[in-house]
Design a protein around this ligand. Structure first.
Ligand SMILES: C[S@@+](CC[C@H](N)C(=O)[O-])C[C@H]1O[C@@H](n2cnc3c(N)ncnc32)[C@H](O)[C@@H]1O
Length: 590
């Protein structure tokens, strides 16, 4: 080809690229607008299909226009030797554990090189090796973060973006770490509609769609920042390959790397902290984030004197056994959406069910008034918890159900009570005057509601076990199905509890009534009721209720590190389904 025709050809290519870019920017704007919409529960599946298809269209066009060869090998284990040397050279200590490739499940983890005793120190990671939000804020992303509405309030988005730019930084000090990370994840951001469809009928679908929508919205916003016509210095100074390679796939990879591995550690300077208390900052912690999860005590702490993270064995481990840590009390839907796995018989599991007071209810206003005094939504999602020897109901659910069932007289009586007295509404057994008939109705209602959900599931998934054995169904689809099976377990336990508790109440109620006649005063009935509930089981339930309430109001503690998987890389402004979560859950969301 001659000089002239080569020049003509490259001018033509440039025009095509620019045209493609313009079209992509238009598409990004359109996608962004689609993601502002909040679909109703009924619309949510069709809405998800619509966004998913638009994203696929965008992905295809975008990737077609990119010509970049990654320096990272497809095989993760080829990066292991360099990673190990990097850890050693940077002062990471590993005692009695080594990295292992569990090829059959496509996961890395750690195994014991000899017998390990509980509380033995197994891994120590110096702070300099971690990627913290505190550091990201002062990195080359500093100006961009400070001037961007989303980035300035969302530490996890900043971490994701930093991972992205470091991946395309040939000089990155974190390269050995980035190269060892999984090539893709099983978070629901990677699910196709075919894999997601098994979540239909579960409120986990709403959370998964909400997460998908938030990430698409963030992506389209950032895409416009990196591809705008008039780039400010804060963007123009960033690595060109990083900007060019900012695809949806790249972003969901970074987001998933963050949600599956992020953690909170104490901030060095309170003014740099992510929380209002000035305490913590988000961090990615190499090697420690290679531990897989099992149930057990929290066994990692941050040593503020040495500025390193110290991990101890949460139990005894035999030589060659996989060494695990506990990620904390996550329910399975959060684990699936943010961590890409489901844990069987998870004692921290909970299933959120949708409940609401109808606006047509003549007592709607009074019920809303009373509910707002106990900080409970009149319409939203309420948790049914895995029992694990405790109660299946959260304090919020109990308050809601009691208010939901009140007649006008009861509502007036309760509205007149002090805030302290209103706390009784969230106790499993209300001390003081016992409202038998209302509580019997309440437990019966919950039992019926839960049984209805169980029936629906049976109708839709007649033979779920066969589906799980079916080789033509993808492993991600099987994760959705596994979640549904776990939900069934939690709901079945709850229905059993409601039934037993209601029968107990009915029995006690009839015992009391048989000791009364028309002359028995209200005070005497109340005294009899109290005696009826003084049996060990009821007293025990009351204690459990109080314990649970205490637990619910606890936020994650800093010194005991939890893998902070439920910290959504979602927008700060949560939609209505998120807002109704209990206070403890809200604090977990970064
Ligand atoms: C912090 S990383 C642990 C290291 C990870 N296995 C790897 O290969 O890099 C968390 C991820 O490990 C996997 N994982 C951890 N615990 C698990 C478990 N109990 N069952 C299944 N997968 C698990 C999930 O993919 C999760 O997103």
């Amino acid at each position: 080809m001659g000089k002239k025709s080569r020049a003509k050809q490259s001018a033509k290519t440039l025009t095509t690229i620019n045209k493609n870019k313009k079209e992509l920017t238009k598409l990004a704007v359109k996608l962004f607008k689609m993601c502002i919409y909040s679909p109703s529960h009924q619309e949510e599946w069709d809405y998800y299909l619509k966004i998913h298809s638009a994203v696929e269209n965008f992905r295809k066009r975008h990737v077609d226009g990119i010509n970049y060869v990654s320096s990272t090998t497809d095989k993760r284990n080829l990066s292991l030797p360099v990673f190990k040397t990097w850890l050693f050279e940077n002062g990471v200590e590993q005692n009695f554990v080594k990295l292992h490739d569990f090829e059959d499940i496509k996961e890395f983890g750690l195994i014991a090189t000899e017998d390990i005793k509980i509380d033995q120190s197994i891994v120590t990671v110096p702070r300099q090796l971690m990627i913290t939000h505190e550091d990201v804020k002062t990195s080359y992303l500093k100006d961009l973060i400070a001037g961007n509405e989303v980035l300035s309030v969302m530490p996890n988005v900043c971490l994701a973006l930093f991972l992205h730019f470091e991946k395309y930084n040939p000089e990155s000090k974190y390269k050995p770490y980035l190269d060892i990370l999984p090539r893709e994840f099983n978070t629901t951001l990677y699910f196709t509609p075919e894999e997601m469809k098994y979540l239909r009928g579960s409120t986990a679908l709403s959370s998964a769609v909400q997460q998908y929508k938030s990430i698409v919205r963030q992506f389209t916003l950032l895409y416009q920042v990196f591809n705008g016509n008039h780039q400010q210095n804060d963007v123009a100074c960033l690595n060109a390959a990083g900007r060019e390679m900012f695809t949806f796939d790249a972003y969901r990879w970074c987001v998933s790397a963050v949600t599956t591995r992020q953690n909170k550690i104490p901030a060095l300077k309170p003014e740099n902290a992510d929380d209002e208390d000035g305490l913590s900052t988000l961090a990615m912690i190499p090697l420690w984030d290679m531990f897989n999860h099992d149930i057990g005590p929290m066994s990692t702490a941050y040593n503020a004197q040495t500025n390193q993270l110290e991990c101890f064995a949460m139990r005894d481990f035999a030589k060659d056994e996989q060494v695990t840590i506990c990620y904390g009390g996550r329910c399975n839907s959060d684990l699936l959406i943010h961590n890409g796995f489901v844990f069987s018989n998870n004692p921290f599991d909970k299933v959120r069910i949708r409940l609401g007071i109808s606006t047509q209810d003549p007592l709607y206003k009074k019920k809303v008034q009373l509910l707002s005094r106990v900080k409970c939504e009149a319409n939203g999602l309420f948790a049914i918890c895995s029992m694990n020897g405790n109660l299946p109901t959260s304090p919020q659910l109990l308050s809601f159900l009691r208010v939901f069932h009140m007649n006008e007289g009861e509502l007036n009586e309760w509205i007149a009570k002090s805030d302290t007295e209103l706390n009784y509404l969230s106790e499993v057994y209300i001390s003081g005057p016992v409202h038998f008939s209302a509580d019997i109705k309440m437990w019966e209602y919950l039992e019926n509601r839960v049984n209805l959900l169980l029936l629906q599931f049976k109708k839709n998934f007649e033979d779920v076990e066969t589906l799980l054995r079916n080789d033509t169904i993808s492993s991600r689809a099987k994760l959705s199905l596994k979640l549904r099976i776990e939900e069934q377990r939690v709901l079945t336990e709850c229905a059993g509890f409601c039934r037993q508790f209601r029968l107990d109440l009915q029995q006690k109620s009839s015992n009391i009534l048989s000791n009364c006649d028309s002359d028995t005063s209200r005070t005497e009935v109340e005294a009899l009721s109290r005696i009826a509930f003084e049996d060990p089981k009821m007293v025990n339930m009351k204690l459990v209720g109080a314990e649970l309430a205490k637990h619910d109001s606890m936020s994650t503690h800093l010194q005991n590190l939890e893998l902070n998987s439920s910290g959504n890389v979602g927008e700060k402004s949560m939609d209505s389904t998120e807002e109704v979560r209990s206070a403890s859950e809200a604090t977990e969301n970064v």
